[in-house]
Design a protein around this ligand. Structure first.
Ligand code: 7RM
Length: 391
């Protein structure tokens, strides 16, 4: 299975059968609390994404569960399509990505409110860090405050879920993936591979083997060793940044390749994006670090507005920059905010930040083959003159 390639050339991840199926079946049962005789389970994701393979097909089949498969967009024939499916098929467990939750937020809570969602009992999130606003919206408007939300961290490489709350066991926190599943040993380490204390941040690593671990990168053992096993001795390097809070619970911060270095401070794109979408006018945001002669890198943000947006609204750009500074401190104030209509995403909903970085640094675009819609980048480039900066 090829990875989405948000940061580099896609890699062919090799899985085999026994270990993969063992962990996929077990996690599908444990984290989604599957009761095969009663549940109607729906992973609303692209079947070509690892999430589709593991949790539309193999996990549900191995557990004898009922699995909904839907091929189509959420707004055809209407923006109530998903909720129509939930009520028609009496879906009890829904698993999807934060990007689509933010899209539903933008469309408004009136739409799901029209449907009978009373069969739902558990909600899941996957693919990127879920910002607290989206988590709460999902919990309130889809789960109607009755359903636990599990934020599940894993990768194509891990094959199956690795870090997640357990429904009925873990008291969740909006935005946190919480703890490794039983039998899985993860940690957050510093540059030298030393465990960081609670309250600290660093690199997410996996310290013991797990059943559904990848076996190699297809046709490229060298790259496999280099990418995953060379950064830290004896540990699997996931490529993600993470934070441990005061209780030792885990907060994922996105790909380390996306971390920005602004005037000597490491700032995660996820944290700035989350601060932006906590502003009522912002539906979705993507943040990149662009070369800057003064600060090394400077924060450039691309934002999709809620409702009718005025792209020439200079005051709004200033307000948003100040809002981020207020939430995260002045060092995180974006140099520039660009209001855009769409963001470049893979089929699994991940933002292709490296393309936005190309735009922000006026370079020609890199590989765009994994984009859902290659026209999006043209659109963003055309909109560039609307760039807002106070400097
Ligand atoms: C399942 C999947 C893997 C990358 C991974 C992370 C990001 C996935 C979460 C997440 C924060 C999550 N496979 N990611 N889930 N980040 N919280 N719950 O997405 O191979 O396509 O991507 O996705 O960066 O390394 S994937």
């Amino acid at each position: 299975m090829y990875t989405s390639g948000t940061t580099a050339k896609p890699k062919g991840i090799l899985h085999t059968t026994g270990g993969y199926l063992t962990q996929v079946a077990w996690t599908h049962w444990e984290v989604f609390d599957i009761k095969p005789a009663q549940d109607v389970f729906w992973t609303a994701a692209d079947i070509g994404w690892v999430t589709g393979h593991s949790y539309i097909v193999y996990g549900p089949l191995a557990n004898g569960a009922t699995s909904v498969m839907y091929e189509g967009t959420p707004d055809t024939p209407s923006r109530g399509r998903w909720w129509e499916i939930v009520s028609k098929y009496k879906v009890s467990i829904l698993y999807c990505a934060p990007t689509v939750i933010r899209m539903f937020m933008k469309w408004g809570e009136d739409i799901p409110a029209k449907y009978d969602l009373s069969t739902l009992r558990l909600l899941g999130s996957v693919g990127e860090p879920i910002n607290p606003e989206a988590y709460m919206w999902y919990r309130q408007n889809i789960g109607r405050d009755r359903c636990p939300v599990v934020d599940t961290w894993w990768q194509t490489e891990t094959g199956a879920l690795m870090i997640s709350p357990l429904p009925g066991v873990t008291s969740g926190k909006p935005g946190a993936a919480m703890q490794a599943l039983p039998g899985i040993v993860v940690d957050v380490v510093d540059d030298n591979g030393q465990t960081v204390p609670d309250g600290g941040g660093g690199f997410l690593v996996i310290k013991e083997p797990w059943p559904s671990m990848l076996r190699t990168i297809w046709g490229d053992d060298e790259r496999y060793i280099k990418t995953y096993w060379s950064r830290f001795d004896g540990m699997y390097f996931a490529g993600d940044g993470a934070k441990k809070d005061a209780d030792g619970d885990l907060w994922l911060l996105g790909r380390v390749d996306d971390v920005m270095l602004v005037s000597g401070h490491n700032i995660s794109t996820t944290e700035v994006e989350s601060a932006l979408v906590s502003h009522p006018r912002v539906a979705e945001a993507a943040v990149v670090g662009a070369n800057d002669p003064v600060t090394g890198q400077a924060i450039v943000a691309f934002a999709i507005l809620r409702g009718e947006g005025d792209q020439e609204d200079h005051d709004l750009a200033t307000e948003l920059r100040n809002h981020v500074a207020q939430v995260l401190g002045p060092i995180a104030r974006p140099r520039q905010i660009l209001v855009v209509a769409e963001l470049p995403k893979t089929r699994s909903g991940k933002i292709m930040r490296r393309l936005l970085r190309d735009v922000a640094e006026n370079r020609s675009l890199g590989d765009v083959t994994t984009l859902t819609d290659s026209a999006v980048m043209e659109l963003i480039k055309e909109q560039l003159p609307t760039a807002k900066s106070d400097d």
